[in-house]
Design a protein around this ligand. Sequence first.
Ligand SMILES: C[S@@+](CC[C@H](N)C(=O)[O-])C[C@H]1O[C@@H](n2cnc3c(N)ncnc32)[C@H](O)[C@@H]1O
Length: 185
Amino acid sequence: MDDVTEGWEDGWRAFHHGVRVGRCWVGPPWEGPPADAIAVVIDPGRAFGTGAHATTRLCLELLQDVEPTSLLDVGCGSGVLSVAAAKLGFAPVTAVDIDDVALETTRANAAANGVSVDVATELRPASLAVMNIALDVVERMLLQLPVERAITSGYLDRDEPRVEGWRRLERQVRNGWAADLLERA
Ligand SMILES: C[S@@+](CC[C@H](N)C(=O)[O-])C[C@H]1O[C@@H](n2cnc3c(N)ncnc32)[C@H](O)[C@@H]1O
């Protein structure tokens, strides 16, 4: 094996840097958080969610705009939003994903951050859901989520979830991506 391919599995680490998102800092275990930030330390492993993607950041910004309540994180990936939410005072926090690697990674990141996140394979009732997936999945999930409000992302600014029985309260945009705060109409 030559130098270019050797160690590619960990090569991405060189590009994983901490980001400030409102009151939070989301970053890897090998970087120190700023003293004044709520530290959300995430090792994503093979799951999605370093915190740097615009859609993750938008969801985390919207989580900081609402009162902490019970939360259902649908498509938790690395668990970045669940861990951040728990640190912001949301409780109980339930994280679900269709990917077993994401569920394991979320468990590990919650433990490493010393927060309580219930990792589950089924949707559980909560006041608020956060869901950073893709427009078609978001629209499908809104029809079945046992929640009153939802923060949704994973789609571009030109798109928006259109589901009967839901209305938009707020929209945030970054780098062409969008996130919405929705409530039942
Ligand atoms: C873009 S990642 C978001 C990760 C993290 N929440 C974030 O914001 O950075 C989307 C996640 O949704 C999961 N996913 C896709 N379809 C799903 C579904 N129908 N139900 C639950 N999770 C799903 C994927 O496995 C993936 O972990």
